[in-house]
Design a protein around this ligand. Structure first.
Ligand code: THU
Length: 141
């Protein structure tokens, strides 16, 4: 369970992270903050590239920072972007990436924060209703 103060902190850090976004092509700045189960918060922003497809989203940037610190479990996520809550809902690639470090029930809350301060609360289960996670080899199929 994420308390109100932690939620506010995560949302604020996601907004602050967006300030460092490198988005000269889309001009759409996104920031993400991930609370690891160990209690630390990891932030990231989108970093674009002249070769557009090399762009890294804010969520994956934050998640790789988390993983590089040795944390393997997401407790909560906040994503800031756009004018109002939900404008920066994670793309499909980011949903899959976050899933890798999700709890088995996908209960981790995801707070979508808009420039107007509105917050939409969802979770990994809602964002990934039919998750592809670890697999069992099926060579015999
Ligand atoms: N973007 C993110 O950072 N996160 C998302 O989940 C959606 C898209 C970035 C990528 C690109 O730099 C810009 O937003 C426009 O697509």
């Amino acid at each position: 369970m994420i308390d109100a103060a932690t939620k506010d902190t995560l949302c604020r850090l996601a907004r602050e992270a967006a300030r460092n976004a490198y988005a000269p092509y889309s001009h759409f700045k996104v920031g993400a903050a991930i609370l690891g189960e160990g209690g630390k918060i990891y932030t990231g922003c989108n970093v674009e590239n002249a070769s557009y497809s090399l762009t890294i989203c804010a969520e994956r940037n934050a998640a790789t920072t988390m993983a590089a610190d040795g944390e393997r479990r997401i407790a909560a996520v906040a994503i800031f972007g756009g004018a109002s809550a939900g404008d920066a809902a994670p793309c499909g690639a980011c949903r899959q990436f976050l899933l890798e470090f999700a709890d088995p029930e996908l209960r981790a809350p995801v707070f979508l924060v808009g420039g107007d301060g509105s917050v939409l609360e969802t979770n990994l289960k809602e964002l990934c209703p039919y998750p592809f996670r670890s697999f069992v080899p099926n060579d015999e199929a």
